[in-house]
Write a protein of this length. Structure first.
Length: 353
């Protein structure tokens, strides 16, 4: 399929306008739009503006409260539980990250467990929000069941992402953002929206638990856990830290972006760790740089030109897309255009093809 290149700022304004037209307050719409376009800029299109179609459907069906901000349920020392009140995941995550940073400054570590939230976009956005304040950050989230536990064929776990971001110059030098599945569900959605009949092997299984490369079978089937039983175990770990610890919905109790019968009820987990309690920040940065240099000093394997560490591919893509624009496939563009027409939002002149 062909693609259209759109400047990031213009795309953010367009996305925010769609959310506002659907009933979101301006501040909430702006935050959600910014987080989605930030994912597009990093090349993580599965968590970019293609998610708007699902968010807008949630709003239309009354499955999300676009005005909710959430509230603190309890606070004890370095720990806090936050109830999102079924608001936008981004709005809830923003508040939770602020609390994690506050507690991290007070205690050396801030741990926030969140319940009754929604999809918060890419976990990297929130880990970087925390690390941008000078903390080592970890962000996790449970998700709608789309993965069978190891040796099973019924969905119980979500993609349940794990992200870690480091403070420091040059974006910290290392940023791990991974699903506990081979790929995020958003990549399967993107394949469907883009009209791609097949996906790479190893991404998904059909509804009977057999490996498949059919996009249609994957959309009605299951995602592959990362590394088999290891990914299944990691997904359950995230479920414990998110859903169990927060007192929120767990595993098959969750809804989903495409589940129209009940709210999502997602839980999140955020950790802000003050590295200054362990050593001078400058020493920490230097040690991380030394570790990265050690990894990159390895001779490239056959078929590769260099060794990359976590975060590098996305930062390189971000530099290009910030300059040249964000590419959207016809399928994603047309889906947004249909929502715009339904909401009475005109496509800005500088975005028209």
């Amino acid at each position: 399929m062909s693609e259209v290149l759109i400047p990031a700022d213009a795309l953010t304004c367009y996305a925010a306008g769609l959310l506002q037209a659907a009933g979101a307050p301006a501040a909430h719409a702006g935050l959600v739009a910014h987080s989605l376009v930030a994912a597009n800029l990093r090349g993580v299109d599965s968590h970019g503006v293609q998610l708007l179609t699902f968010y807008l459907e949630q709003m239309r069906d009354g499955r999300i409260d676009p005005c909710a901000r959430g509230e603190v349920q309890s606070e004890s020392g370095a720990t806090l539980i936050y109830d999102g009140g079924n608001g936008f995941g981004q709005v809830v995550a923003d508040a939770a990250c602020r609390h994690a940073v506050r507690l991290g400054r007070e205690h050396g570590a801030g741990i926030v467990s969140v319940r009754e939230s929604n999809h918060f976009g890419a976990a990297a956005y929130w880990a970087q929000t925390i690390s941008g304040q000078g903390f080592l950050a970890i962000a996790m989230c449970n998700a709608s069941p789309s993965v069978a536990p190891w040796q099973g064929k019924d969905p119980r776990w979500g993609t349940n992402p794990i992200c870690m971001s480091l403070p420091g110059p040059n974006q910290g030098g290392w940023l791990l953002d991974m699903a506990t599945t081979t790929v995020a569900m958003g990549k399967i959605y993107k394949a469907g929206l883009s009209g791609w009949p097949e996906i790479p092997p190893g991404w998904a299984m059909d509804s009977e638990g057999a490996p498949t490369t059919s996009t249609a079978a994957a959309l009605s089937g299951l995602l592959m856990p990362l590394g088999g039983y290891k990914g299944s175990g990691l997904a359950m770990m995230v479920e414990i830290l998110c859903g169990v610890l927060s007192g929120g919905a767990i595993a098959s109790e969750l809804g989903g972006l495409r589940v129209k019968t009940r709210p999502f009820r997602v839980s999140h987990f955020f950790l802000a760790l003050d590295v200054g309690r362990f050593m001078a920040p400058a020493e920490f940065f230097a040690r991380v740089e030394r570790l990265v240099a050690m990894a990159k000093s390895s001779a490239p394997a056959t078929g590769y030109d260099e060794v990359l560490v976590a975060g590098e591919p996305e930062w390189r893509i971000e530099a290009v897309r910030s300059r040249e624009g964000v590419p959207l496939t016809d399928g994603v563009w047309d889906a947004l255009a249909r929502h715009a027409a339904g909401l009475g939002v005109a496509v800005p002149a500088d975005l028209r093809r």
